[in-house]
Ligand binder design. Structure first.
Ligand code: ADP
Ligand code: ASP
Ligand code: MG
Length: 409
């Protein structure tokens, strides 16, 4: 007998008919002799609607307001968990639902983006032992302040993987609206190819660089706890994509995937004195303001007297980043300050980069052929990212997909 955690995303539970379809998927695992714990998202569109209601009444500038955000926004998952448990009961399958606090799934108190601290598996195990299905509301937990927390958008993936780790499950199946992880978002490139396997490390890069098929933290957690994760669809019986260790992928392609993110903004400061301490004077206030700085470039002028610094931040942090830069103005004495929201980051990812050369050149050439200007470049061992004008995002992704011949298996 195996213990399986199944997670169903918003599209899979978008209406009652689909929730019934999910219930049949759950029963199938049970009929195969397995124990099943299920994690559900809110019905498609519900979380967005709840976030909309909250922003209508509050600018969300205090911790007290963020606690209420979680109280409201977590409710979508509570509804789905109850509905799925009811559908299972109607089929004659014993089932009970759990909210995060009832497990309890404990988190820190960073409301809106809480991190899981600990899951006590006992209550869920007791239900599974009786041959029943535990249906858990994803995305939510309870903070050390005793209040409901949420795990950041897309957080049900993390709930599922964390639960699988706590229960020492044999597998965590993430059911979504595409039938696996593709070389790039199949909604952007129709020739994108489904990957049979992807390494944890590559998936982690893909997710953190914008491929929202899995929440970044869920991949991090799967990697750290050795959780076997499969991404597949609830709408067909096709095999999905398995997250595996790098050694299990026999033939390494040059590039495994392409990710992109439109959630970027660029800030440039010009003519800062080229002396020690200037970067510290700039990035210190940004860190204090909790702004997550991503790409950074610095260009020293020919006479070495001054330097320009460009960096990127999430779009939502642009205002606080600009305020933080303004605080450092007296020390930095920059000549001008520019901000640009119309940028996107496009990244190629693959462990094959470690053993193949000329990959950056292929990337830059493909972009040049489409007349796409590169604003900033950053690299790590297994990825190269470029910042470009937002309007060229899709063109760039398609051009790179073709240049690296990713359509062929
Ligand atoms: P769910 O509601 O099931 O959690 P999400 O919308 O969060 O689903 O994630 C699935 C979506 O991720 C897909 O519809 C697809 O558009 C997008 N996506 C982005 N990059 C990829 C990729 N490389 N492979 C598959 N899907 C991707
Ligand atoms: N419902 C939440 C969201 O839309 C969590 C999730 O679906 O994973 O972000
Ligand atoms: Mg998701």
């Amino acid at each position: 007998m195996a213990l399986i955690v199944q997670k169903f995303g918003g599209t899979s539970v978008a209406n009652i008919e689909r929730i019934r379809n999910v219930a049949t998927k759950v029963r199938k695992e049970l009929d195969a002799g397995n124990q099943v714990a299920v994690v559900v998202s809110a019905m498609a569109g519900v979380t967005n609607q709840l976030v909309g209601h909250v922003s209508e009444v509050s600018p969300l500038v205090t911790q007290a307001a963020w606690s209420e955000y979680d109280q409201v926004v977590s409710s979508g998952e509570q509804v789905t968990s109850g509905l799925l448990a009811l559908c299972l009961q109607q089929m004659g399958v014993g089932a009970r639902s759990f909210c995060g606090w009832q497990i309890p799934l404990k988190t820190d108190s960073a409301h809106g983006k809480a991190r899981i601290a600990e899951i006590d598996p006992a209550a869920i195990q007791a239900v599974l032992k009786k041959g029943m299905v535990a249906v858990v509301a994803g995305f939510q937990g309870v903070g050390d302040d005793g209040r409901i927390t949420t795990l950041g958008r897309g957080g049900s993936d993390t709930s599922a993987v964390a639960l699988a780790a706590a229960l020492k499950a044999d597998r965590c199946d993430i059911y979504t609206d595409v039938d696996g992880v593709y070389t790039t978002d199949p909604r952007i490139v129709s020739g994108a190819r489904k990957l049979e396997k992807i390494s944890y490390e590559e998936m982690l890069e893909m997710a953190s660089l914008g491929a929202k098929v899995l929440q970044t933290r869920s991949v991090e957690m799967a990697m750290n706890h050795g959780v076997v994760v499969q991404v597949l669809t609830s709408f067909a019986d096709t095999p999905g994509t398995l997250l595996v260790n790098e050694e299990e992928i026999v033939e390494q392609k040059r590039i495994t995937g392409i990710a992109f993110s439109r959630d970027e903004a660029r800030i440039t400061l010009t003519e800062i004195a080229n002396i020690p301490g200037m970067s510290a004077a700039l990035f210190g206030p940004l860190a204090d303001a909790n702004v997550n700085v991503d790409m950074i470039v610095q260009n020293v002028t020919e006479d070495s007297k001054s330097t320009d610094i460009t960096f990127t931040v999430p779009k939502g942090d642009l205002d606080s980043a600009m305020a933080a830069v303004d605080k450092a103005k007296t020390k930095l004495q920059y000549k001008s300050l520019h901000a640009d929201k119309n940028v996107a980051k496009v990244s190629i990812v693959g462990v094959g980069m470690r053993s193949h050369s000329g990959i950056a050149q292929t990337m830059f050439q493909a972009l040049a052929e489409k007349n796409i200007n590169i604003l900033v470049i950053s690299t790590s061992e297994i990825k190269i990212s470029v910042l470009i004008s937002e309007e060229y995002t899709e063109l760039a992704v398609r051009a790179l997909h073709a240049a690296f011949e990713m359509e062929q298996a």
